[in-house]
Ligand binder design. Structure first.
Ligand code: NAD
Length: 368
């Protein structure tokens, strides 16, 4: 069998449960290399708190440049109580912000799918979440998390003032809206764009620019506008009304976490962060589970690796042009859930509780 061109995957396990869940991804990549004649080359590097401990900074230039050269970067999680007292600019999470910013990863894709096998894990009634399949498209490099001026400054009477700036330009809005509209064409052709145009000028601009792009280039896509607070409410009331939700950095952060909980566990949710296509047709990308480093369960081999494994599946699909392999991995996850295997976070009566390692092994056994 011919080996495909070697593609570089950079693994950044990070902190807390990060190394435990990325270990399972590594096993799957090795399985693909051995059994599907793929030829991924992969390296593993430090990021976040682990990098601070070893190098005094959350990401070294060397690791940063490796991520630039990779075809896909897969990250575990950054952060934890050990580093919580560091000054903001030196904390583990800065590595992630730097990667997102410097790789120009402006589009964050977060699917919220309610697996039929886990419908009882959701805090909502089964009939409300069963069959749920939403994609949240969040702008990732603009808005209030990056806007200037920012900071904390002393003011009169021994008081302090915290400042952050929320701003978006036409091109930033159009760029992310285009991602949502293009994805919509491959799904149910429906986009709900969220902002707070009732109280924020940046929200007014957001609404106008998204509408203008739709009118000009995406006439056949159904577009609705919704205030972000109403969207938060509708996600609980009737989540199945949504197909794609488009939102800025701040509202997208909150709405995607809320959508995450509709599905039952953070341990099941992957994400992709994508940049623009370069001249060679390569898209810079970072794949990571939605969850953080879960310090409360780190080191116990009980974390759910499925979110990170499905992040690998998104990498296969969006960065490595291996849709068939991505489908195979998705189906293997379904089969393991069908057989009743559950990590602790999704455990229920009558099912079999397994460790992180067992879950990874079971998924690999279904790939065969
Ligand atoms: P978290 O996602 O780490 O944990 C929230 C809860 O969900 C915890 O009870 C945890 O045990 C559980 N959980 C999360 N992932 C799980 C999994 N795979 N399997 C089973 N249970 C799981 O969020 P947090 O507690 O708010 O944050 C902890 C640390 O992670 C903080 O330092 C935070 O800054 C960092 N964080 C990092 C990222 C990232 O790297 N992208 C994202 C969010 C939080």
């Amino acid at each position: 069998m011919n080996k495909l061109k070697s593609r570089k995957i950079l693994l950044l396990p990070g902190d807390g449960i990060g190394p435990e869940v990325v270990r399972e991804v590594k096993k799957i990549i090795e399985w693909f290399n051995k059994n599907k004649s793929l030829d991924f080359s992969f390296e593993e590097e430090l990021i976040g708190g682990a990098s601070i401990d070893a190098n005094k900074i959350p990401i070294t230039d060397e690791v940063f440049y490796k991520s630039l050269e990779s075809d896909a970067v897969i990250l575990g999680a950054c952060g934890g109580p050990k580093w919580d007292n560091l000054e903001f600019s030196k904390r583990p999470e800065r590595a992630l912000l730097k990667l997102r910013k410097e790789l120009k990863l402006f589009a964050n894709l977060r699917p919220a799918i309610c697996f039929k096998q886990l419908v009882d894990s959701s805090s909502l009634k089964p009939e409300i979440v069963s069959g749920l399949d939403i994609m949240i498209v969040r702008e990732l490099t603009g808005g209030i998390y990056f806007g200037e001026p920012r900071g904390i400054e002393p003011i009169e009477n021994n008081q302090r003032r915290g400042i952050n700036t929320h701003s978006y330009t036409t091109s930033e809005i159009q760029r992310i809206a285009r991602v949502a509209f293009d994805l919509a064409k491959k799904r149910k052709n429906k986009v709900t764009s969220c902002e707070k145009s009732n109280v924020m000028e940046a929200g007014v601009l957001w609404r106008e620019e998204v509408q203008a792009l739709k009118d000009k280039e995406y006439k056949k896509v159904e577009l609705n506008h919704m205030l972000a607070d109403n969207c938060a409410m509708q996600l609980l009331r009737n989540p199945k009304q949504f197909d794609i939700i488009l939102a800025d950095n701040l509202f997208g952060d909150m709405l995607s976490d809320e959508a995450a909980m509709l599905t039952g566990s953070l341990g099941l949710l992957p994400s992709a962060s994508l940049g623009s296509r370069d001249k060679k047709g390569k898209i810079r990308s970072l794949y990571e589970p939605v969850h953080g480093s879960a310090p409360d369960i780190a080191g116990k081999n009980i974390a759910n690796p499925i979110a990170t494994i499905l992040s690998l599946s998104m990498a296969l699909r969006y960065s490595l042009d291996l849709a068939k392999e991505a489908d195979l991995l998705d189906v293997s996850v379904q089969k393991v859930l069908d057989e009743g295997l559950r990590t602790k976070d999704i455990m229920s009566v009558g099912k079999k509780e397994v460790t992180t390692t067992d879950m990874g092994d079971a998924i690999i056994s279904k790939l065969k």
